[in-house]
Write a protein that binds this ligand. Structure first.
Ligand SMILES: NC(=O)c1ccc[n+]([C@@H]2O[C@H](COP(=O)([O-])OP(=O)(O)OC[C@H]3O[C@@H](n4cnc5c(N)ncnc54)[C@H](O)[C@@H]3O)[C@@H](O)[C@H]2O)c1
Length: 367
């Protein structure tokens, strides 16, 4: 189905939760470029530096600082903004932190979703909600088979389980309150492991690489053999926009969608680090014995046929390009280039590559 992001979002009221985070900052920037009327709702950024601050989003968009666990404030915001589209990214997204803070993780990721959907239900003006979950929502028996959307939900660690819980909440609201064309079209988006410039989170592979190489140190790698569906941050973001635009056109599409790399692109943690170090130009990495570590799935793959066939969405940058663009971003930032310019350059390059690949949303888009 043909969609154009500018046609879909220019002048449209969009509520973006999690706008102060890594993916949220990129998405806020992209939506503002398209001409959307964006309000963000999230906690203050908790990294130093933060992409949100580097992009100056605190003074170039309607940014509200608040907690998704605070149902009253969130409901009041939804009544005030009356968003036509809601993109829900706010979450506690770190597996290792979820072991340290399970209660906070479950409250934020499950009750945060309930609070938002309840606010949307009672306000009644919203046409589309996209709840951003993750590839980790699937029960993972460790076979290495790619997960498709009708596979069972599950989750070993609290983060994965909390996101599977968020999925169940989303499906319940869709069936119980928004079925048969009543109210908003509610979908969920399950993306793979995201890389890209401007992520400064603790305990994440690419930020760890950038921090170590910038300091002239070796990168310490925990699980070099783990397989993940790596993708550049602009890939799932184009997926979320494509999904929301499609739902505005056809609310009957509401459901769950995977957004991952081409299944032929299987890469390990070690592959990412080796490629990153090569693209950086110099540096080294090592895998010391770190003792017993919290459980993380060894293999994770996503089947993206539904997004490809139903939406016409497909990934644009391959593994080499995704890691290469990411390493370039951090290297240039390290050499004192502005994050604003680097993000703009990546969005322009991604858009051009999507156009060259004849992705439907880019074919219809003008610069
Ligand atoms: N980064 C990845 O590889 C990846 C992969 C799949 C899915 N996701 C999902 O994408 C979304 C964004 O992830 P990210 O990588 O940008 O994470 P991030 O940590 O950079 O950003 C998280 C955002 O959520 C907000 N937030 C956290 N707790 C909150 C609370 N209690 N109330 C209000 N806001 C709160 C933060 O302030 C921040 O804006 C998350 O839902 C995450 O689960 C991320």
């Amino acid at each position: 189905m043909p969609v154009s992001f500018k046609n879909a979002f220019a002048g449209r009221r969009v509520l973006l939760t999690g706008h102060t985070g890594f993916k949220g900052s990129w998405l806020a920037r992209w939506l503002l470029d398209i001409g959307a009327d964006v309000t963000g709702y999230a906690l203050d950024p908790d990294t130093e530096p933060s992409l949100f601050a580097s992009l100056g989003l605190d003074h170039t968009m309607d940014s509200r600082i608040g907690d998704v666990r605070d149902a009253e404030t969130l409901a009041a915001l939804v009544v005030e903004v009356r968003p036509e589209v809601v993109l829900h990214l706010a979450a506690q997204p770190l597996v290792r932190r979820s072991y340290a803070e399970p209660l906070y993780t479950f409250e934020t990721n499950i009750m945060g979703t309930v609070n938002l959907l309840e606010a949307v239900r009672t306000c009644g003006d919203t046409r589309v909600v996209v709840n951003v979950t993750t590839d980790k929502v699937y029960e993972n028996p460790g076979t290495g088979d790619a997960f498709s959307e009708d596979d069972p939900l599950g989750g070993h660690d609290p983060y994965s389980a909390s996101k599977a819980g968020s999925e169940i909440v989303t499906a319940s609201y869709r069936r119980a309150f928004f079925s048969g064309g009543a109210g908003a079209a509610i979908a969920s988006a399950r993306a793979g492991n995201v890389i890209g410039g401007g992520d400064w989170a603790a305990d994440r592979l690419v930020p760890d690489c950038a921090r170590a190489l910038s300091a002239g140190e070796s990168v310490i790698v925990r699980n070099p053999g783990s397989v993940r569906p790596w993708q550049h941050v602009l890939e799932p973001l184009s997926g979320y926009l494509h999904l929301a635009a499609s739902l505005l056109d056809d609310p009957g599409l509401a459901g769950a969608f995977n957004f991952g790399p081409d299944p032929s692109e299987t890469a390990t943690v070690g592959d990412v680090v080796a490629r990153f170090v090569t693209a950086w130009g110099d540096g080294a990495w090592e895998t010391p014995d770190l003792g017993v570590q919290p459980h993380e799935a060894e293999q994770l793959r996503l089947d993206i046929e539904k997004s490809r066939c139903v939406l016409g969405w497909f990934p644009v940058w391959d593994f080499e390009q995704a890691v290469g663009r990411t390493a370039r971003w951090y290297h240039e930032y390290h050499r004192a280039r502005e994050a604003t310019d680097l993000v703009a350059e990546d969005i322009a390059a991604y858009w051009q590559a999507a156009r060259d690949a004849a992705v439907p949303w880019a074919r219809l888009e003008s610069t």
